[in-house]
Design a protein around this ligand. Structure first.
Ligand SMILES: [Fe+2]
Ligand SMILES: [Fe+2]
Length: 140
């Protein structure tokens, strides 16, 4: 592992989930939704448990904004779980989730991750990545 690997992994996860959502919106085929949900849940849980807490001491305001956006994503997932996928509203909500995620991911990749990269040592990043990989294998 080298410095910065943790952000590379998180960015790959961003790309994967963005691609799955894009495909779902374009094809109007909802069969990938369980995969979208599983990936998002594991990703957000890991950020909330292992990356946001140490960053609260560095940039509390950005962490708070990110946590607030995660809350909206969790609520959207709850809605998508319970609403009928045949309903037009379902796809509209997925599109809202998509718009929110694009903004959220931009803030993470352009602000939080660079700040974390400056603030955290290589050892700290390695520990975070190890914990995230462990948790991911439990969650997925
Ligand atoms: Fe996030
Ligand atoms: Fe993220």
């Amino acid at each position: 592992m080298t410095k910065g690997d943790v952000y590379k992994v998180l960015k790959e996860e961003h790309e994967n989930v963005k691609e799955l959502i894009k495909e779902t919106i374009e094809t109007k085929n909802t069969s990938k939704y369980p995969e979208i949900k599983k990936q998002l849940q594991a990703h957000m849980t890991n950020e909330e448990n292992f990356l946001y807490p140490p960053m609260e001491f560095v940039d509390e305001e950005t962490v708070k904004k990110n946590e607030y956006e995660h809350d909206i994503v969790w609520r959207k997932l709850l809605y998508l779980d319970n609403a009928s996928q045949n309903d037009e509203e379902w796809m509209l909500n997925l599109k809202e989730l998509n718009d929110l995620l694009i903004k959220h991911i931009e803030r993470e990749e352009n602000k939080l991750f660079p700040e974390a990269s400056d603030a955290l040592s290589e050892e700290a990043e390695e520990d975070i990545l190890k914990l995230m990989e462990e948790e991911k294998s439990n969650l997925m």
